[in-house]
Ligand binder design. Structure first.
Ligand SMILES: Cc1ncc(COP(=O)(O)O)c(C=O)c1O
Length: 209
């Protein structure tokens, strides 16, 4: 699957903003053109400098811990920013949908509504597992992102691997597995399956463990 085909076309063709900082890979000096303070920081941390725009060193450290490539990592201001950006990148306002499985984390729906995106809801079954057939029947060509929270907030259980595999095999869109609570079950992460499923996004956060 070519996920660039799933992106909203104007995002795909966007020319990224580039500053002089993007072209310089060293660490010496200050950027006077960016108004960094040449007299230094008032603390021992370099608060007179802009943070690294591509977070290269941080990504390399996280990559080593999580056993993924640094190039596979996106760092957001919390998972909530990643949820918003995923919806903004893949869903066309007033046209596309996301699919969620309540009861689940409330921000998927809030972010969808902020972006003018409709929300399809397929409630979890009585045992808090995925209603796989109902999910597959609910998907339309306008379903662009499916959010699966595992371990799920608020029910606390892991969602069935087989059910998620079935959805991955039958859905031509982005599947986000929100692993905000995975540090309580570090044996069960979907990070190990990233290579097998190009449309898979795994979200983790520093705010829970
Ligand atoms: C399931 C789930 N995902 C994401 C988040 C948001 O995490 P962050 O603090 O990284 O924005 C929360 C926060 O409560 C959550 O429960």
């Amino acid at each position: 699957m070519d996920i660039t085909k799933l992106l909203r076309p104007h995002i795909l063709h966007l020319k990224p903003y580039a500053s002089a900082r993007d072209e310089y890979s060293g660490t010496e000096g200050v950027f006077l053109d960016a108004n960094e303070n040449p007299w230094g920081s008032i603390t021992k941390e370099a608060y007179n400098r802009y943070p690294a725009p591509h977070q290269k060193h941080l990504k390399e450290k996280i990559a080593a811990i999580k056993q993924v490539a640094a190039s596979q990592i996106f760092l957001g201001n919390g998972s909530d920013e990643a949820i918003d950006l995923l919806i903004r990148a893949f869903c066309e306002p007033k046209q596309d949908h996301i699919l969620i499985m309540p009861p689940t984390y409330g921000m998927y729906e809030v972010s969808a509504h902020i972006n003018g995106i409709a929300v399809q809801k397929v409630p979890l079954a009585a045992d808090f597992q995925i209603n796989t057939e109902e999910v597959l029947e609910t998907i339309t060509p306008h379903t662009k992102v499916i959010f699966i929270c595992s371990p799920n907030n608020p029910t606390g259980n892991l969602l069935s691997v087989t059910a998620i595999e079935t959805i991955l095999a039958n859905f031509q869109g982005i599947i986000v597995i929100d692993e905000a609570y995975i540090d309580y079950r570090s044996d069960a992460s979907w990070l190990t399956r990233l290579e097998a499923f190009p449309q898979l996004v795994v979200m983790q956060t520093f705010t829970k463990a």
